[in-house]
Write a new protein. Sequence first.
Length: 209
Amino acid sequence: MEKICPRCGVLSGRKRFIGDFCEDCYLEMIGIDLPAQIELPFCEVCDRVKLAKWQKLDKNALEKFVKKNVKGRYDSFHITHLEDNAYEVVFLLSKDSNYLEVRRKFSLKKVKTKCDDCRRATSGYYEAILQIRGKKAERWSQKILKELQHRTFVSKYAELAEGIDMYVGSKKAVSETLGILKLTPKVSDKLYGVKDGKRVYRTTYCVRV
Ligand SMILES: [Zn+2]
Ligand SMILES: [Zn+2]
């Protein structure tokens, strides 16, 4: 028996029907809502974006971002990059034995800022000094620097007569880096000052290579 879409009046002989409604009306009524433009803070120095934390805008990050901003019921979705900051999301959903696609476009409005790391790096902040000493100091420094920069920032790099000094944003990053490179440092803490009634220490790590 032929059906008539109660919303737009089209006959079922002319369009696919989902339940009582034609496909187009059904899709409009589902109400998958994604804002057409979404603001996203991004760091003008390191180019990372701020989602739950500061991170590179990769596929995984984009998916999280869409999940956070979409309203409505769907089974899954995939994202296509259109151009510049424009994306299309295809949401897939099933209804009875029908599979439906709902397409939504959105663009990212990137809001320029500086991430916490870059803000600290440019203000000269550091938690640790890493001293590299010995004949191979120069060569090892490059390796160490590369590893460190995956984890934190280096706010100063000093070439001295006795070796290399790096001023590093995070103690934890120094320990991890030296661990990975199987270097054992001599560690010493120096009282740096008092902040909010607590003593602040800066740690010096010295490695011989
Ligand atoms: Zn209709
Ligand atoms: Zn940054």
